[in-house]
Write a protein of this length. Structure first.
Length: 237
C-alpha cells in the first residue's frame, strides 16, 4: 500500500481567493488521476514479470481516492478478498522477497508422505501447464488420485494400449527427488518427471510496486495538477 499525499499550504500562500478555493479541488483531481495511472503501472509490472497472470491477480490492485478535505490517495495490492486468497497475500513474497508458502496440493502431498517436510514442488518436464503457467488441474487431480490409491490405469486399445501411473522418488534414490509419470507399453517403459522437490522456493523482491508508483507520481502528478487547475480556474471566473 502506497500513500500519495499533497500539502498545499506553501502553494496557496501567494494566491488570490479564487485560486485558493480551486487548489484543493485541482489537487484532489490530480491525485486521483495519478493514483489510477500508478495502478495501471502496477498491472503492467505484473504482466511483465509474472507468467500469464490470471485476471484475478490483475484485479488484485486498488485505489482509495482523495477528497478536497483529505488530499491523500492510496494505491496498492488488496490484502482482503470476499472469497479466495487476496492478491496482496500471495504476491507478498514477490514484493518483499521471502520463501514461498506451500500450496494446498503441496500440503496434501506432505500429509500422505509424498514430499519431505519443508520442501516445495516445482513443475518439471512432464508437467502440463495451463495458460496461466500453473500445473494443469486435470493432471494434478489425476496425479493426486493415483498417489493416494497407489494404482496404475490402463488406457487405449490395440497397439495404443498402455499402462500408466505416478510414483514418488524421495531423496536418497538414484532419481532426482520428485513425482514421476510412468508409461508402459509392450516392450518399453518410460518415465517423465512431473514435479521435482527443492529445499525451498525463495523469491527475490521482483515485483516493484513502490518504485513503480513513485515513478508514475514523478512523471504524472505535476502535469495532471496543472491540467486540473487550469480547468478549475477557467470554470470559476
Amino acid at each position: 500500500m502506497i500513500t500519495i499525499q499533497v500539502d498545499t499550504k506553501a502553494t496557496t500562500r501567494y494566491l488570490d481567493d479564487v485560486q485558493k478555493r480551486q487548489i484543493p479541488f485541482a489537487a484532489s483531481v490530480a491525485l486521483n488521476k495519478t493514483a489510477r495511472l500508478a495502478e495501471a503501472g502496477i498491472k503492467s509490472e505484473m504482466r511483465r514479470l509474472l507468467d500469464r497472470p490470471k485476471p484475478y491477480t490483475l484485479g488484485g490492485t486498488f485505489v482509495s481516492n482523495s477528497t478536497k478535505s483529505k488530499l491523500t490517495a492510496i494505491v496498492g495490492l488488496k490484502d482482503k478478498a470476499s472469497s479466495g486468497r487476496a492478491a496482496g497475500k500471495y504476491l507478498l513474497p514477490l514484493v518483499a522477497g521471502s520463501q514461498r508458502r506451500q500450496a494446498g496440493w503441496e500440503r496434501a502431498l506432505q500429509a500422505m508422505g509424498a514430499i519431505p517436510s519443508g520442501m516445495r514442488a516445482v513443475p518439471a518436464g512432464g508437467a502440463k501447464i495451463d495458460r496461466y503457467g500453473n500445473l494443469d488441474k486435470k493432471q494434478l487431480t489425476e496425479m493426486m488420485g493415483a498417489l493416494r490409491s497407489r494404482m496404475r490405469t490402463f488406457k487405449g486399445k490395440g497397439k495404443r494400449a498402455h499402462a500408466d501411473g505416478y510414483f514418488v522418488a524421495l531423496p536418497g534414490t538414484h532419481l532426482t527427488p520428485g513425482i514421476y509419470y510412468r508409461i508402459e507399453r509392450t516392450g518399453e517403459s518410460a518415465i517423465k518427471p512431473v514435479v521435482i522437490f527443492v529445499s525451498r522456493a525463495q523469491y527475490k523482491p521482483t515485483l516493484k510496486v513502490e518504485p513503480t508508483v513513485r515513478r508514475v507520481v514523478d512523471a504524472s502528478f505535476a502535469r495532471e495538477f496543472g491540467a486540473a487547475l487550469s480547468t478549475a480556474l477557467a470554470s470559476a471566473r
